[in-house]
Design a protein around this ligand. Structure first.
Ligand code: AGP
Length: 616
């Protein structure tokens, strides 16, 4: 959840660290801090509760030394509230070393008791400070940062990325990871560490991904990766495909608005190089082997939040095209239900960040049970794709706003590619029909672009509803996950009670919630795809309208049948049955963003959340 940056080189470290933290702030934003080894060979730190701006103000008022070695942290609190004292870095060895941590040290209580018994004093309530104090003791004993660090990581259980510096070893940053992310940026006469590549993308696109239970030591001219026993390991370099500007807000008022407008590109880029002669060939899946894919008799999607809703959208199309049963399981529930997974099960994980701990653990569990695993992921060098048998990257570009938007449409696109690829191998969908689906997919970016024109209308609606306390969302078939996603967006951004239901479920209980004036968004399926389903949704609209609900219908532009029964209609471009969600979700994303903005809320960094949820 936290963002971590390390730097050693020839630039002023504070500037590099603050720049990196700015790009990582989406990971956590309840406090931030930096530690730098100054030219006086002493350690200097600054840390502050609140967003990064608070730390910047602090540094402007009380600048710290201009060193060239340092570490920086932006926090999402787990142990101990978001206060100055609990902010990282934490100190050891009488203030000569600084340590930052992302994750949860599960055995911290035992270790803390052990240290307290030795007379060690603690300043904070965090689990992280235990690692700092332990490192201090080890350093005092060994006078060797590498050896001391290795000894400490060997004693920790749980999930952690740790970085540390010691004033007696200027020009050195040590790092380690277990179940939490850490990547290396390779520069000329300088090197970087970061929770993800955004931390150093401004300076270099050459990167190395550190594996599980590995340690790294960077100096200006060297990078050494070892396992926790100190054996040197080779790590594969990769080139970061994002450029620095992709992770900047540019002239946009928020990252979320920028990212919504990037949705056409997110879909188009995800399709690129995976469509050939009107058919789908996904090279990353070919690596799994056609025989294996042909033998897949069940697909289980594991994901959380918006990614799980993308999975739910995908189930309808994949089952229809590849004739394989598909279910979606929330990643955090998967392991605990003794899932039925066999070597012919394909477990597809979906994760924008590629670091969501719940999803990572589900993937590991699936592999232990013998399943083949495919990761749909948006972040290069992330852990989940590296822990999977195959990785199908979505090319949405960096998603910085905490609320996922462009990643969602890219994830559905990737799932559709997977479905069509499987259908080709399993020969379950005639070539002509596959080609028709490919044509639909190719048309999606332009349709999303067209849909973005509803923005002004939706903004107006959101402003009218700024005082609304509850909103419902209804959908059927592929509209159902869109209802769930619409509700999630509204909850997380505007802090409004919102629920999504399958429209048919309403009469089984939730209809009791309807009261005069309650806004209800209804995602209306096209009558061209199913007259029956369309008729049923229109009936649902009448049922709730009869009870006083205010109906906002999302319907295709030619659908006149809905007009007499809806208070508002948001008209959408015509799309194929499975492609409506890629378009229908756009007004709901805009609505949530605009309602949050109307309430004066921060749409990029909603309260209590972090983008990358790296704790279970
Ligand atoms: C969506 O707006 C969320 N902030 C959240 O539900 C997110 O989709 C979920 O935490 C999964 O994240 P991931 O895609 O990085 O795994």
């Amino acid at each position: 959840m936290c963002g971590i940056v390390g730097y050693v080189g020839n630039r002023e470290a504070v500037g590099v660290l603050l720049g990196g933290l700015k790009r990582l702030e989406y990971r956590g934003y309840d406090s931030a801090g930096v530690a730098v080894i100054g030219p006086d060979a002493a350690l200097h730190t600054a840390k502050k509760a609140g967003k990064l701006a608070m730390l910047r103000n602090e540094l402007a008022e009380h600048p710290i030394a201009a060193g060239v070695t340092g570490i920086g942290h932006t926090r999402w609190a787990t142990h101990g509230g978001p206060t100055d004292v609990n902010a990282h870095p934490h100190l050891g060895d009488e203030g000569k070393l600084a340590l930052i941590h992302n994750g949860i040290i599960e055995n911290f209580a035992d270790l803390k008791n052990e240290l307290l018994a030795q007379g060690v004093e603690f300043d904070s309530e965090t689990d992280s400070e235990v690692a700092a104090k332990l490192l201090g003791l080890e350093y005092a004993r060994t006078k060797d940062l590498r050896a001391a660090f290795r000894a400490v990581v060997g004693r920790l259980t749980g999930a952690f990325t740790l970085l540390a510096v010691h004033q007696d070893e200027p020009g050195v940053v040590v790092g380690a990871r277990r179940n939490s992310p850490l990547v290396i940026g390779l520069g000329e006469g300088e090197n970087f560490l970061g929770s993800d590549v955004a931390a150093f993308i401004e300076y270099t696109r050459q990167a190395l991904a550190i594996g599980q239970d590995q340690m790294v030591v960077i100096t200006p001219d060297s990078v050494t990766v070892t396992d926790f026993d100190g054996n040197v390991v080779e790590v594969e370099p990769f080139e970061v495909q994002w450029d620095a500007s992709a992770a900047d807000k540019g002239g946009w008022s928020s990252f979320m608005l920028k990212e919504i407008t990037e949705e056409p590109d997110a879909v188009a880029n995800t399709l690129r190089e995976r469509l050939h002669d009107g058919d789908v060939v996904v090279p990353e899946l070919e690596a799994l082997g056609d025989d294996i894919l042909a033998g897949i008799d069940r697909i289980t999607v594991v994901a959380a939040g918006t990614a799980a809703y993308a999975g739910l959208v995908g189930t309808y199309a994949i089952e229809a095209w590849a004739r394989v049963p598909v279910d979606v399981q929330l990643a955090h529930e998967f392991r605990y239900r003794d899932p039925i997974v066999t070597p012919t099960t394909l477990v597809v994980s979906i994760s924008q960040s590629g670091e969501t701990m719940d999803t990572l653990m589900a993937v590991k569990h699936a592999r232990e049970l013998g399943a083949k695993t495919v990761s749909i992921c948006n972040t290069q060098g992330a852990t989940i794709p590296r822990e999977s048998d195959a990785a199908l990257y979505t090319h949405a570009g960096p998603e910085v706003a905490v609320a996922s938007t462009k990643a969602f449409v890219a994830q559905i696109t990737a799932l559709y590619l997977l479905g069509l690829h499987l259908a080709r191998i399993k020969k379950t969908l005639p070539t002509g029909e596959r080609r028709a689906m490919v044509a639909e997919l190719e048309a999606v970016p332009a349709k999303i672009q067209k849909t973005l024109a509803v923005h002004d209308r939706v903004r107006q609606l959101a402003h009218w509803m700024a005082d609304t306390r509850s909103v419902l969302f209804l959908g059927r078939h592929v509209g159902y996950p869109i209802a769930l996603e619409g509700a999630l967006k509204l909850k997380e951004l505007a802090y409004i009670h919102a629920e999504g239901f399958a429209a048919g479920e309403l009469k089984h209980g939730p209809i009791a919630l309807i009261e005069p004036g309650l806004p209800v968004f209804v995602i209306v399926p096209s009558p061209r795809h199913s007259e029956e389903m369309h008729r049923k949704v229109i009936s649902n609209i009448q049922e709730i309208r009869a009870r006083g609900a205010r109906v906002i219908a999302l319907a295709e532009q030619a659908d006149a049948a809905v007009l007499p029964f809806a208070d508002e209609v948001i008209a959408l471009p015509l799309a194929g049955k499975f492609f409506e969600p890629l378009i229908g979700v756009i007004p709901l994303q805009i609505f949530a963003m605009e309602l949050a903005a109307a309430k004066g809320l921060d749409v990029d960094q909603p309260r209590n959340l972090a983008k990358s949820v790296t704790v279970e």
